[in-house]
Ligand binder design. Sequence first.
Ligand SMILES: Cc1cc2nc3c(=O)[nH]c(=O)nc-3n(C[C@H](O)[C@H](O)[C@H](O)COP(=O)(O)OP(=O)(O)OC[C@H]3O[C@@H](n4cnc5c(N)ncnc54)[C@H](O)[C@@H]3O)c2cc1C
Length: 354
Amino acid sequence: MDFSSTVEATPLMQTDVDLTPYNTLAVTARAAYFCEVDSEQGLVNVLKWWKEQQKQLGMDLPIMPLGGGSNIVLAKDFPGLVIHVSITGRDLVEEDDHWLWVKVGAGENWHQWVEYCMGFHYWGLENLALIPGTVGAAPIQNIGAYGVELCNYFAELRAVEINSGVAVTFDSDACKFGYRDSVFKQQMRDKYIITSVTFKLRQEPSLCYDYPALQSHFRDLGIDSPTPHQVFDAVCQVRASKLPDPADIPNVGSFFKNPVVSDEQHKQLKRQCDALVSYPVAGGHKLAAGWLIDQAGWKGYREDEVGVHDQQALVLINRKGSGEQILSLAQKIQSDVQERYGVELEIEPRVYSS
Ligand SMILES: Cc1cc2nc3c(=O)[nH]c(=O)nc-3n(C[C@H](O)[C@H](O)[C@H](O)COP(=O)(O)OP(=O)(O)OC[C@H]3O[C@@H](n4cnc5c(N)ncnc54)[C@H](O)[C@@H]3O)c2cc1C
């Protein structure tokens, strides 16, 4: 559908909205305009209305799609329109002897969707339990945990182009998934709003539990071949023991991506520190960013109202500080790690700073 053929929109638009409850870092920032959309047509209507308003006023303010706010850093007030996507629904669209295709609304809560799969014996997403946020945001950075990534069980998604209001379908190739990456963080950044994701899930379980933390969990319990529900429970327990709950200590999970270095640099670093935590990947070696930050002495560091979590060096925490303070701390950590190890740390969440 394009703008010229849509009905007149009557969006429920709010102005000057406090975004503190809408981001898990609990940073205080305001949105000039804010609205909630609960259907694809509603989204198209809002985009049409916004475009007309902008044209009349001779303005071109930005649009921010927002899910659970668990992967954003708001360093400034947002001058444009925040669209909170709350489109729900889960539909089994197809199945064969081995696979099931389920279309899920972008506004569905991710963990509740994983729980739903467990209840219906749709297998594959067990390792992605307890990741905060929405289904619609999950493809943006190809969420992953404990050896599984969204792209392993992804079929296609539907998204509305912000500029034209046209809804299109992206298959896996078009999404260009990578490590915490997709086309929506690169060439198509800020160009589309995802309205649904279709998953391709297994009829029979094929479990992945060779990740060290899961192996030691099962070893302690004396379990050799866990069931899918045991993998799900293990992931929930391990995550709860390692990561702070944003409801208690505001955070956005891993603040930096694990960097990949060349074989040459890896050899050099190994000479510098024998205990370096790394594993081989295509094009070099992936390093544990948390280990580097910990070795550099930042774990538990506090600076005014922000800091580094005392058990997980990869997690920056906020105690009534600002997005700018968080970013300033992140920059200090980046510079220190660069100086000590010659390794560049890339920030994982999306930063809104202007
Ligand atoms: C405690 C904790 C643990 C975490 N653990 C993990 C983990 O193990 N693995 C992992 O990969 N991530 C993890 N994360 C990060 C985060 O949960 C994921 O990136 C999640 O997918 C973000 O979802 P969200 O709905 O909160 O996105 P938001 O923070 O709302 O948005 C993130 C980005 O996506 C865009 N966006 C949101 N919705 C849409 C949409 N419908 N269409 C287009 N763009 C959209 C936003 O504009 C923004 O740029 C963790 C975060 C926390 C706080």
